[in-house]
Design a protein around this ligand. Structure first.
Ligand code: C2E
Ligand code: MG
Ligand code: MG
Ligand code: MG
Length: 288
């Protein structure tokens, strides 16, 4: 069909395709090399109890320091890593590195024994048949109790792999690992599944938080999710808490935990340790 529309257009199409393919191939090569040359780094963003303002855990977020391009956003390279399968070795690195860090912090800060590390799992990782074995091995190696590890997956990862998910999630639960549903409210999910799966936490997507103080529909949606979580015995974390007004609304709704720029941006491990040391998150000058 491209040929029938004329040579010129065909070549344009072809060039675009070629450029995109070449760029993807380059990115893949760079990702592979980046893994070998240790160009990846983890940043950590605190998750905070809205009741006490204490840091209860961190979400590990990957960063890539590309030698030519500088910092590349995970939004750009995670999808390519997923497509090429490189997310599997990258994901194992993330798990191991985050657990190693958590273990070090628990030694450094004995008062933070119940600190939990949240780690994002993509679809490809989640469907690895050796996931449970590998996680067990990493926990053993790094001396992290299973209760201190929380895995974040999105609704679509669960729904697209419902059968595998059921087995996997119950295996992970039986080890004591916690499970969060990330970006909750943006995917499609069945309430029946939500109830059936051993889910510990709903993370409300930040698109529902950003106007919670001025948009009554957002407020009602968040109220509904918080109530749903409470009725199902789940914890709830609001993502993208950026202002004191956001915080005030979330507290009014009895939302248990929050994460966002108001408390801290994702920071490197040194800065995260400083936050723990100084318990430097206290936002107790609340307007309510
Ligand atoms: P996510 O898991 O939903 O992570 C939260 C994202 O929201 C992070 O973006 C974080 O920096 C950003 N964020 C946190 N608080 C605020 C806020 O108050 N306002 C705004 N505007 N943004 C906020 P980041 O680090 O760029 O990561 C983007 C996505 O990339 C993550 O979304 C996750 O889906 C994926 N990702 C990151 N690290 C990993 C990883 O190690 N493995 C996998 N599979 N995916 C990862
Ligand atoms: Mg996440
Ligand atoms: Mg999220
Ligand atoms: Mg996300």
């Amino acid at each position: 069909r491209a040929k029938a529309t004329g040579k010129a257009r065909y070549e344009v199409f072809n060039t675009t395709m070629h450029t995109r393919a070449a760029a993807l191939l380059q990115l893949e090569t760079d990702l592979r090399r980046g893994l070998e040359r240790r160009e990846f780094q983890l940043y950590y963003q605190p998750i905070v109890s809205l009741k006490t303002s204490a840091i209860t855990g961190f979400e590990a977020l990957i960063r890539w320091q590309h030698p030519q391009r500088g910092l590349v956003s995970p939004a750009e390279f995670i999808p390519v890593a997923e497509e090429t399968g490189l997310i599997v070795p990258i994901g194992w690195w993330v798990l191991r590195e985050a657990c190693r860090q958590l273990s070090a912090w628990k030694i450094q800060f004995p008062e933070y024994q119940s600190l939990v590390m949240s780690i994002n799992l993509s679809a490809k990782q989640f469907t690895q048949t050796n996931l449970v074995e590998e996680i067990t091995e990493i926990l053993r190696e790094t001396n992290v109790p299973a209760q201190s590890l929380k895995l974040e997956i999105t609704e679509s990862v669960i729904m697209d792999n419902a059968e595998i998910a059921t087995t996997m999630l119950f295996q992970l639960q039986s080890l004591g690992i916690q499970l969060s549903i990330d970006d909750f409210g943006t995917g499609y999910s069945s309430l029946a599944y939500l109830y059936r799966f051993p889910t510990h936490t709903l993370k409300i997507d930040r698109s529902f938080i950003n106007k919670i103080d001025i948009d009554s529909e957002q407020f009602e949606i968040v109220r509904t999710i918080v109530t749903l979580a409470a009725n199902l015995g789940m914890d709830v974390v609001a993502e993208g808490v950026e202002t004191l007004k956001h915080l005030a609304q979330l507290k009014a709704l009895n939302c248990g935990s929050g994460q966002g720029y108001l408390f801290s941006k994702p920071v490197d491990s040194q800065m995260a340790a400083k936050l723990l040391q100084e318990q430097n998150i206290v936002v107790d000058t609340l307007p309510i």
